[in-house]
Design a protein around this ligand. Structure first.
Ligand code: ZN
Length: 248
């Protein structure tokens, strides 16, 4: 009899533990201290913010030279760097020490959607308002600076924490003794229309910035910050860098 009682007690304890365990598994949130809960909430919000950031990051570009000797590739690098608003906007290395005219002929590839025309038209007007560069419609001659504007569609799949590509753009420096300045820039600027968030004035400003010779900036106020900040105007540091490239 005593053994049976012991057995029943053991069974009772086991069942009670199972029930409690089940209960705590389903209602664990209700038992968390407020401090732990708010900490979890904060981490969840950070996580969501990181996700949002991940899908608005630019991925660019591979500037190149033809018949030149230098070639570099701009990568995103560490994008969580400083947001120092006074940081200078750097130049693409391949356009340094190259003397470029400030006039560019730009044209759109056949089939470029109206929405893309619209965001580039706004971005082009912004660069023209600086008075430093002059972007005019047309194809130009071989010896003229040119910008080819187009789109492509690239699914990044599951981007996880990596960047998705909103656009690419960059200078291509062609050197020739036939050209008055010895070099011209046949650049391109493209938007990845697979992602609707790529068709934005801020992305067009960024890719055109690469086309004109600007590199990524660590400053969030710059249109050349590697993640889309939605800027529709150039930062003073962007204008300073342009002036340096085109020597005005
Ligand atoms: Zn970029």
């Amino acid at each position: 009899m005593r053994r049976l009682n012991n057995l029943l007690t053991v069974l009772f304890v086991v069942i009670a533990l199972l029930l409690l365990n089940g209960t705590s598994r389903h209602y664990i949130g209700a038992h968390l201290p407020p401090a732990v809960r708010s900490n979890l909430n904060a981490r969840w919000q950070n996580f969501q913010a990181e996700l949002t950031t991940a899908v608005t990051r630019f991925t660019d570009i591979t500037p190149a030279t033809e018949s030149g000797t230098t070639s570099t590739s701009a990568s995103i690098g560490s994008s969580q760097s400083t947001s120092d608003s006074s940081a200078a906007t750097p130049e693409e290395s391949i356009i340094q020490n190259v003397s470029l005219a400030n006039t560019y002929y730009y044209h759109y590839a056949a089939g470029t959607p109206n929405s893309v025309h619209k965001v580039f038209a706004a971005a082009i007007a912004t660069y023209n308002r600086t008075g430093i560069v002059k972007l005019v419609p047309g194809s130009g001659q071989d010896g003229d600076n040119q910008i080819s504007i187009s789109t492509y569609s690239k699914n990044e799949g599951n981007p996880d924490y990596n960047a998705i590509e909103l656009g690419i753009g960059g200078p291509t420096i062609i050197t020739s003794a036939l050209y008055a300045r010895g070099a011209v820039n046949h650049a391109n600027a493209k938007l990845n229309v697979y992602y609707p968030q790529a068709i934005r004035e801020s992305v067009a400003l960024h890719e055109l910035g690469h086309a004109l010779g600007l590199d990524h900036s660590p400053s969030r106020s710059s249109v050349m910050y590697p993640e889309d900040q939605g800027h529709t105007s150039l930062a003073p540091a962007d204008i300073t860098a342009l002036r340096k490239i085109y020597q005005q």
